[in-house]
Write a protein that binds this ligand. Structure first.
Ligand SMILES: [Zn+2]
Length: 165
C-alpha cells in the first residue's frame, strides 16, 4: 500500500468511526429520552452510507404495545424512510443487547450489522438465551459488534431502575 492509499484508508477509517460514534450518540440520546418518558432506557439508530435514517427509543408504555421496542420502532421508521421492507446495507446501533423478538426483526429486515452496547444476560438473544443469529432457522445473520460504550449503557439502565425503587 502506498502513502496515498494509506492516507485514504486512514481517512475512511476515521470517517467510519465518526459515523459510528454519531449513530451511537443518537441511540444514547433516544435512550435518555425514553427514560424521561418513564420507559426503560433503550435507544436505537440506523445508518445507511453514514447517514442516520431512523432512530427511536422504547415506547411500550406510551403506545401500550409490548412490541414497541427501540429496535422495532427504528426498523419501522427506516423501512418507511427507504420505502422498502428490507434495510439492505444498513447498520443498527442499540444501547442494549436485542431480545429474541428484535433479533427476529433485525434478521427479517436484512440489516448488515448490529452494534450493541450493554449485554443483557436476562433478556438478550444475541450472545445469551436463544443466540438467535446462530440458529439454523435464522436465514439472515448480521455481523455483530458488541461491547462498545458498554459501561455508559449499563449505568443508564442501573440509574433508571435505582430511581424507580
Ligand atoms: Zn427487543
Amino acid at each position: 500500500m502506498n502513502n496515498a492509499d494509506k492516507f485514504l484508508d486512514n481517512a475512511q477509517m476515521t470517517l467510519k468511526k465518526f459515523d459510528q460514534s454519531a449513530a451511537f450518540d443518537r441511540a444514547f440520546a433516544e435512550a435518555k429520552a425514553a427514560a424521561a418518558r418513564g420507559e426503560v432506557p433503550v435507544g436505537a439508530a440506523i445508518i445507511k452510507n453514514g447517514v442516520i435514517i431512523a432512530a427511536a427509543g422504547n415506547r411500550t408504555l406510551e403506545l401500550k404495545d409490548p412490541t414497541a421496542h427501540a429496535e422495532v420502532l427504528a426498523i419501522r421508521l427506516g423501512c418507511e424512510t427507504l420505502g422498502s421492507e428490507r434495510l439492505t446495507g444498513c447498520d443498527l446501533f442499540v444501547t442494549l443487547e436485542p431480545c429474541a423478538m428484535c433479533a427476529g426483526a433485525i434478521s427479517f429486515a436484512r440489516l448488515r450489522r448490529v452494534y450493541y452496547a450493554a449485554a443483557d444476560e436476562k433478556g438478550g438473544a444475541i450472545a445469551h438465551g436463544p443466540r438467535f443469529f446462530t440458529q439454523p432457522t435464522c436465514h439472515h445473520a448480521p455481523e455483530v459488534i458488541s461491547g462498545l460504550r458498554e459501561a455508559e449503557a449499563a449505568s443508564l439502565l442501573r440509574d433508571f431502575f435505582k430511581d424507580r425503587r
